[in-house]
Write a protein that binds this ligand. Structure first.
Ligand SMILES: Cc1ncc(CN)c(N)n1
Length: 237
């Protein structure tokens, strides 16, 4: 019998492929992505990850056994110690200034995606939370694996691919896939429907996140003095 996560993966096929083929992702792999877009991404993704870690911690609190609590807490710590730490090194290499950091505001998609995760974390079961956060793990792992042999000229892009294509990240992803399948085995049809919806919405948001960084998305009228406004639009690093 097919596992729940295999069903999810099949249902997400087209948005999954769209993620893997997004020009932002291809630009990292072939090295042609302008650094201005990656700089924007690093800032927005740091915001995203800082909230993602909180959602992981909320999942830790929602778990009914202490082992899962401790594992989800370890995942939250990993997001801080590994992924956010990597972004900090990128920020130094990209010479992101204190002024840019002080002026940072989340772009619409970064704000909406994290709001979606909080919405699930506030009111959903542990299974629903894991379903909502799984695309964040799984899609990046597939991108890391697919482009493992890529040789972009830009060292930052090489580091980014190595992080997500590495064994450490792969083990975390497998753990969450296994966890979701176990939770789905015990879930009602209605809960599984909600898990499916949260998973698919997060896959769509993963796509929108690349699009946001590729187009240097802004709020439509006046909100937000993004780092990009402090001169990055015209200055490549
Ligand atoms: C938006 C997003 N999604 C996923 C990941 C990988 N944890 C990330 N860094 N940023």
């Amino acid at each position: 019998m097919k596992k729940f996560t295999e069903h999810l993966r099949e249902k997400a096929h087209s948005v999954w492929e769209a993620n893997l083929h997004h020009p932002f992702v291809k630009g990292i792999a072939d090295g042609n992505l302008p650094l201005v877009n990656f700089t924007y991404y690093v800032l927005q993704d740091s915001y995203y990850l800082s909230h993602f870690a909180r959602v992981q911690a909320m999942a830790a609190a929602r778990a009914e056994d202490l082992y899962t609590t401790s594992r989800m807490a370890a995942h939250a710590q990993g997001t801080n110690d590994a992924e956010l730490a990597l972004h900090e090194t990128f920020m130094k290499q990209l010479q992101i200034t204190d002024e840019e950091l002080a002026n940072f505001e989340p772009a619409p998609t970064a704000y909406h995606y994290t709001s979606h995760l909080y919405r699930v974390a506030e009111s959903g079961s542990l299974g629903e939370i894991i379903a909502a956060i799984l695309p964040c793990y799984w899609i990046y792992q597939e991108i890391g694996k697919r482009f493992k042999e890529a040789t972009p000229q830009e060292p930052i892009y090489q580091e980014w691919i190595a992080a997500y294509g590495g064994e450490w990240f792969s083990q975390l992803v497998q753990e969450q896939i296994f966890r979701l399948d176990e939770l789905a085995d015990k879930a009602s049809e209605s809960e599984k429907n909600k898990m499916t919806r949260h998973f698919l919405i997060s896959c769509e948001y993963e796509y929108l996140f690349w699009e946001m960084a590729y187009t240097l998305e802004k709020w439509p009228v006046s909100y937000g003095t993004f780092a990009t406004k402090v001169g990055r639009e015209t200055r490549n690093v």
